[in-house]
Write a protein that binds this ligand. Sequence first.
Ligand code: MN
Length: 426
Amino acid sequence: MKIKFQIAVGLTALFIAVFRLSVQCQTAMNYNISTYTEPIKASKEHFTGTVWVSMITTPDELYNMSSGNVIFEPQARTNWHSHDNGQVLMVTDGVGYYQEEGKPILEIKKGDVVKIPAKTKHWHGGSHYSSMSHIAIVTETDQYASAIWMEVVSDEDYNSILSDKKAAIALSENAVKNHELLWPDYHSTFALTDPDLIEVFDNWAFDEVFEFGDVDPKLKVMTIMASTIATQSTNEYRMFVNAALNIGVSPIEIKEIVYQTVPYLGIAKVVESLKTCNEVLTEQGISLPLESQSTTNRETRFDEGLAIQKATFGNRIEQMQKNAPQGQEHIQGYLSANCFGDYYTRTGLDMKTRELLTYAMLISLGGTDSQVRGHIQGNLNIGNDKEKLIAITTQLLPYIGYPRTLNALNAINEITEKQNENNKTK
Ligand code: MN
């Protein structure tokens, strides 16, 4: 009787086991990671950034095995942690990082398998520029925990791969020194994705070019800001606003450069840079608006603007006004009252700097040949000599390319030659 009962119990257990197995087989046949369970956002307690988890098996369901698909968005990661019985990661998509304590960060990508030894402190996550998905498998028992959670992976630890990658690029001493001067402790993610380009560009732009010419680094950065506003290169402009602050260009000077570009580029080309400028200043704890730099009003702007025009460009201005076709004189009026009276009369930047900035944005803009020539003459007239113009043009070359640079140098050469001839005939 007792035996019969045990057989019955045994058969029932076997039946249940076979039934469960068949259900599992059926599930396995229809198995799809992305739809197996609804992904849930992983707890902020143990993860940084956005991480999605969908469980595949729970320990109750399958012999103490806990497995799940985990999707890390770029720069999202686990906290530091360990697993009592170790862990297997199978990377199913993207590029991510894995690091064991005391070792460098490893890049892991689709198809890689990571076998993490028991009780080893580590973290895993997405890379700087890519999300990463992996299937994670651990075992869990009463004695052995699936995960022991520890501290957050700091940005410093996470970003260490960028400095490791940058260190592997052969950069000259000057290139490293000048890059550090402009952006201390900053490492671009391009070191990961484009090491060849970084080696070529940084060695050239931050050594050969940056070292060229007897120009204050502050002025170099200020003219590059004017140039990147003109070319609407918001990312690069943002980098140089940060560089400017790092080397002591004042917030007022940074803001005045943006304002100085408005009459030359038009507000449509400037507005994104203006927003970027405000974002960076606000991030640095600088409250806006800054102190007003305006020195003219509705009554005085025309006369004061005209005075600056005449002081910079000489008799040419009166001729321009006289020669204005009928019905177009108002534009000459705007130039005096608005371009010069509203902007050049502002404090915060001196006249020589404003004229160099104007030259920098005009040669970057292109299609401004006549204005470039006018402002080369203007610069020469107020004491920014040929050597300085060449030095500034050289600084802009990495950002505007050879064609516009060579056009600008041609204009400098023509105008200075003409000036030399005129001086001889006098
Ligand atoms: Mn782990």
